[in-house]
Every structure is written in structure tokens, then in C-alpha cells.
Design a protein around this ligand. Structure first.
Ligand code: ZLM
Ligand code: CA
Ligand code: ZN
Length: 387
């Protein structure tokens, strides 16, 4: 069917638990787990499952979640009900930063333990050498902190997966192309040289969430701390275009890999960096977003591929399905298969690569000179790591 074959010489595993997809953050909340259903439908309609090992992952245990998160926070997530009053008189805040961005909804703990379990399973497939590329589109929730929820993220599955990888790998490179800064992952590994974090994001300290990730936030300032210069940030402005994004990504990632020599790469593929995203502000098309995945794959290192943000569901699903095809090295027809379920949901855009509507374009505020200065700033950090 569609001529999709197993990739020769390497194994791809796909970790997806349909239990998660039914969850609701509440009316009008931008995060819609249903986008995962749409993604999986496209993946299956193309026949990509023929080329991968499919797993329905188990939920992470509370013990596993506590490998990063503090016990009282996990117990709160386990016990709290949507009807509970979580307002804390003393601090004048909701408990553990829950609230509008991170609501308490029915099945919250199940949701958290499922996406974390999927990332842990995927990481373990890599460490026990059963997979070369492991994919979990339900993970990539990069804002969660040790003791609090943040930005639609409750459990930091990325940190948990990297901790798993660190049991076997000396150096992990984490790359984050979500339009938001990967602050939770950066913070967790801020003072170690065994993880290099590299986030591309829109940066505006006062106006764009989470407000961190400036070019000169590169790790602890003391040069004798192992983590110094191991957190890299690529702050961008509105409206970056395909060719600029691809060139920037390659010009930065190539020297990072050459200098740091990771033994495994974790790629957070947040799809809110796509043009037309409800929360994003870039002009990146699906092919260019996918070019980042294809570029990482070419290094031939074990790779953990995760989801993240993405708030225009039809685009998220197309991007992640396309990126799944890149992982298995299959060429897919640019038109969605006629038997794709929910095809009507895509309106008159039955192609994997819809053209960004001019109404959805942001004015490009990234000059060539600005982007060159960002690359220079990164190169300057990398020079500290040589020799
Ligand atoms: N208010 N409803 C990206 C996480 C982005 C913080 C401003 C909450 C929203 C947003 C929630 C229905 C990832 C902030 C926002 C309103 C303080 C953010 C609920 C609309 C709604 O209509 C909404 C009642 C909600 C939230 C918009 N929140 C847009 N942007 C960011 C968090 C997560 O993609 O990086 C990874 C998954 N929060 O800007 C406020 C400052 C809370
Ligand atoms: Ca990012
Ligand atoms: Zn995001």
C-alpha cells in the first residue's frame, strides 16, 4: 500500500497511546490532545505503520515521575480534582502554578503519566538498542518544572527521557524547534556538561511566553561550572521565512554537533513554529519544519523525536505525519490518501503541504544582519568548548 517499506538498516519505533487523545483541557483552551488522533490517522492512512514498530506505551509510575519532580507536586497531581479549590490564601496563587494555562481537568494525572510513559518507553527503546529512531508525538512538554506546571505542561517528559538516556550516553544534545523557549529542559540541565540544550524560539522578554532564552543565557556564569556554555539559545523575531529558518538551523546545529559530539540527539518538534499557528508568529512551512528533522537524521545518531506545541490542529497533524515519513525514509504522495479518516476536517486543503495563506503571514522582522549576528553569538559560545 503506497509502496511504504521498512527502512533498510535501521529501526523506527512509534509510541502512541489513544487513551490520551480523548482528554480535554477545557473549552477554548488552545492545547487539543485531539491533534494526536488526526496525526495518527494520517500516519496510518499512508501505511507508514508498515515501516515502524508500533507501541501502545504504558503509563509512567509515580516513582518514575519523581525521578525529576518533587514528591508533593506529583502527589498533588495524583489527588487533585477539577472541583477542588486550589487557591492558596497564603501565596495568593493557585497551587503549583495551575490555573488558566494549566487547568485541572478530568483525567489530568492519566494524561500526564501516559505522555511521560511514552517518552520513557521511547528512550528505553534507544538505550536497549531496539530502535534507532523513537517517536512520541504526545511528548515534548518542555515548560514543566520540578515543582510546578507551566505553559500547558505538567510533567517534563523530556527531562525524564534525557535522564534515562544519560544512564547509557555520555553526551545528549537536546534541540527544540517549538516557537517557545524550552525553559524547563534548559533549567533542569543548566549546570551539567552532559546535556547541551539548544532552543530556537521567538524571544521578547516582556511580551512572549516564557520570556527567557536570550542569546547570552548560556549556562552558569562561573567558567568553572561544568554547565557553562552548554545552554544555547537562538532568539528570533516574528515572521521568519523558510529559507532563513533552514539555513539558520543548519548553520547552528552543524557546529554544535561537531563541537559537542553527542552520542544521542533529542529533537522537540513543536509545530507552533509553523506559519498559521494559533499561538505562533513565524512563516515556516511544513517542508521547512521537516527539513530540520531530515537534517538531524543525517548525522546517523540515535534520535528521540518528540512533539510539543502546535495549535492549528490540521497543520500539526500534517507536519508530524510528514516528519514520521522522513524518519522512516519513505516518500509520500503530497495529497492525503482519499481514505484518510476526518478528511473533511481539512476543508479544501487535501495536501500535506498547504501554502501559507497571505492573511496568516507575519511581517518578517528578522534581517539578514540580525540572523548573522545570532550565528556569530552561538559560534562564540562554542569556542569555549573547544580544546
Ligand atoms: N493567560 N483559554 C506554550 C504555552 C504558552 C501567560 C497569558 C491565560 C495562552 C492562552 C487558556 C480558555 C508550548 C502566557 C495567558 C489565558 C497568563 C499562553 C485558556 C488562550 C487561552 O482561551 C484560552 C479559557 C489560554 C491560554 C491563550 N497562554 C497563549 N499563550 C502562554 C503559554 C506551550 O507550546 O511551548 C509547549 C506545549 N501563557 O502567555 C499568561 C502569561 C495566563
Ligand atoms: Ca524552542
Ligand atoms: Zn510552544
Amino acid at each position: 500500500r503506497n509502496g511504504i517499506q521498512r527502512p533498510k538498516g535501521y529501526t523506527v519505533s512509534y509510541h502512541a497511546n489513544p487513551e490520551m487523545e480523548k482528554m480535554h483541557f477545557g473549552p477554548k483552551h488552545p492545547m487539543k490532545p485531539w491533534r494526536l488522533t488526526l496525526t495518527n490517522k494520517i500516519v496510518l492512512a499512508y501505511g507508514m505503520h508498515e515501516a515502524m514498530d508500533l507501541y501502545i506505551p504504558r503509563a509512567a509510575t509515580s516513582q518514575e515521575l519523581k525521578d525529576f519532580h518533587r514528591e508533593d507536586y506529583i502527589e498533588f497531581l495524583q489527588r487533585v480534582l477539577p472541583t477542588d479549590n486550589t487557591w492558596d490564601q497564603e501565596s495568593g496563587q493557585y497551587l503549583f502554578n495551575t490555573g488558566d494555562d494549566c487547568p485541572i481537568f478530568d483525567g489530568l494525572y492519566t494524561y500526564c503519566s501516559l505522555y511521560a510513559g511514552a517518552s520513557l518507553d521511547a528512550a528505553r527503546k534507544l538505550t536497549n538498542l531496539q530502535s534507532d529512531i523513537a517517536i512520541n508525538w504526545s511528548g515534548g512538554l518542555h515548560h514543566a518544572k520540578k515543582t510546578e506546571a507551566s505553559g500547558f505542561c505538567y510533567i517534563n517528559d523530556i527531562v525524564l527521557a534525557i535522564l534515562q538516556l544519560l544512564l547509557y550516553h555520555p553526551r545528549v544534545l537536546y534541540i527544540d524547534i517549538d516557537v517557545h523557549h524550552g525553559d524547563g529542559v534548559e533549567q533542569a540541565f543548566w549546570s551539567t556538561d552532559r546535556v547541551m540544550t539548544l532552543s530556537f524560539h521567538k524571544y521578547n522578554r516582556a511580551e512572549f511566553f516564557p520570556g527567557t532564552g536570550a542569546l547570552d543565557d548560556t549556562g552558569p556564569l562561573r567558567n568553572d561550572s561544568p554547565g557553562a556554555h552548554h545552554s544555547l539559545n537562538v532568539p528570533l523575531h516574528d515572521g521568519i521565512e523558510d529559507d532563513q529558518y533552514i539555513k539558520l538551523f543548519q548553520d547552528i546545529v552543524r557546529p554544535c554537533v561537531r563541537t559537542y559530539q553527542p552520542t544521542v540527539i533529542v529533537l522537540q518538534c513543536g509545530a507552533d513554529s509553523l506559519g498559521g499557528d494559533r499561538l505562533g508568529c513565524f512563516n515556516v512551512n511544513i517542508k521547512a519544519h521537516g527539513a530540520c528533522v531530515a537534517f538531524i537524521k543525517k548525522f546517523g545518531l540515535p534520535m528521540l523525536v518528540l512533539g510539543g506545541g502546535g495549535y492549528t490542529a490540521r497543520n500539526v497533524a500534517k507536519a508530524w505525519a510528514y516528519e514520521t515519513s522522513l524518519c522512516i525514509g519513505a516518500e509520500v504522495h503530497p495529497n492525503l490518501p482519499a481514505h484518510t479518516p476526518y478528511l473533511e476536517h481539512f476543508g479544501n486543503e487535501k495536501t500535506l503541504f498547504p501554502k501559507l495563506d497571505s492573511l496568516n503571514r507575519y511581517e518578517n522582522k528578522n534581517s539578514r544582519v540580525y540572523l548573522e549576528s545570532v550565528v556569530m553569538g552561538i559560534m562564540e559560545q562554542l569556542r569555549y568548548l573547544q580544546g
